[in-house]
Design a protein around this ligand. Sequence first.
Ligand code: HEC
Length: 167
Amino acid sequence: MHFFISVVLLVAVLPTMSYAEEKIKHVKTENISEIKALPDDLRNLLSQEMQALQSGMMSIIPAYISGNWGEIETTAEKMKSSYILKQSLTKSQVKELHSALPHEFFEKDQRFHYLAGMLEHAAKNRKSELINFYFSEMNESCVSCHMVFATHKFPALMPKTRSKHVH
Ligand code: HEC
């Protein structure tokens, strides 16, 4: 019974999925050129922020395996609130960024910050399984944004359908 339902769902969902993929392929080069076209100061801040996020994510593993919940809480809180949009940017730079990048970028960014907040909360409550869950969701959210906006940095994240045509 469960199997049947899954098959029916899969069949219903598949055409939508490939449509979505087509759409992503279509806008992909556009998204990347929007990132590349950012003024140097904004783009440098973005890079710095990304490096900081990566260090934060990497520091969570040793903290997690040793039960250092307090450190995870602090790191997650930093990731939640440290984003360039909220701290280093002037008001006019925020406007500039918003007009330079598509709405999807900010949706993905918001999702990431929401998850960091949830991770902070899980660490505060010392819920080891939830910490693991939100850590993994955060990793997923890095990839999901990079697939759309950073394939110039991470070409391996390009959709397979696309690279097939490259000989
Ligand atoms: C909302 C979109 C978005 C999210 C979420 C995101 N990134 Fe990025 N990331 C980018 C973009 C865009 C670039 C490319 C920046 C450029 O080319 O200047 C990038 C680049 C990077 C780089 C390379 C930076 C450099 O210039 O050397 C690293 C490392 C990185 N991201 C790590 C992460 C990690 C770790 C996460 C998740 C914890 C994450 N990113 C989440 C958009 C995102």
